[in-house]
Design a protein around this ligand. Structure first.
Ligand code: ADP
Ligand code: MG
Length: 233
């Protein structure tokens, strides 16, 4: 496995066409390494979610290329791309995307089932992930009954269920109080340090920038790299 988890080269993304074309990303170059927590900061509308979605293979760039663990996504079929997403990438969406008809443990079991993990093994992993985010007492609860912070933690547990090599998180602590925010950051830090995972976090949250190994700022779809968290704030 190479040290670089995701390599982004010359990526631009345009929305719309003709006179209405809008470039959400302009000529982005960025490497995300295993074992590091990279934070992506910038004003609303600057392109953070678009870049995260491209890293996760959810959006395709208008130009440029992305490689995950050395595999260029532009050379893959839709089916192969889906396979890479499933085996390599955990995505925590801003709007959670929980399954409303499944209880908390069910939300995790379905993610594990997609990866071929079933039965007692799946249940044990699912309970461990709920425990990791402080939600083991909510296993049989449905998402509608959860607070915003609990939904957020469930979404994080689900993204971690399949033990992805790369974790992409859009504002993962926005809905959390300080205690739960720190708990989640400690969890993500352990994932990077002890398990060598690459973690990319989009955030506005100044409380968590000290967990970053690297902070990258984005403005009007262009990257400005800062060397340390202090330089970025
Ligand atoms: P951020 O996450 O930093 O707030 P986004 O990546 O969501 O920013 O959006 C960047 C720019 O791209 C914004 O101007 C936004 O309006 C535009 N944009 C994002 N998604 C779409 C879309 N699906 N269609 C058209 N424009 C979009
Ligand atoms: Mg966004």
């Amino acid at each position: 496995m190479t040290d670089v988890a995701i390599s982004i080269r010359g990526v631009s993304k345009a929305f719309g066409a003709g006179d209405n074309v809008h470039y959400a990303l302009r000529n982005i170059d960025l490497d995300i390494r295993h074992r590091e927590i990279l934070m992506l900061m910038g004003p609303s509308g600057s392109g953070k979610t678009t870049l995260l979605s491209i890293m996760g293979g959810i959006l395709t760039p208008t130009s440029g290329d992305i490689a995950v663990d050395g595999v260029s996504m532009s050379k893959l079929s839709q089916r192969q791309l889906a396979q890479v997403r499933l085996s390599s990438i955990g995505f925590i969406f801003q709007e959670y995307n929980l399954f409303p008809t499944l209880d908390c443990i069910g939300n995790l079991l379905v993610a594990l089932d997609l990866r071929g993990i079933r039965g007692t093994k799946a249940k044990a992993i699912a309970m461990q992930r709920l425990e990791d985010v402080g939600m083991s007492d909510k296993a049989a609860e449905y998402p509608a009954k959860l607070s915003g912070g609990q939904k957020q933690r469930l979404a994080i547990a689900r993204a971690l269920a399949g033990d992805p090599r790369v974790l992409l998180a859009d504002e993962p602590t926005a809905a959390l109080d300080s205690e739960n925010g720190l708990r989640i950051m400690a969890l993500l830090q352990a994932l990077a340090r002890e398990h060598g995972r690459a973690v990319v976090i989009v955030t506005h949250d100044n409380r968590i920038t000290r967990f970053a190994d690297r902070v990258v700022r984005i403005e009007d779809g262009r990257l400005h790299t800062a060397r340390t968290p202090e330089e970025a704030s």
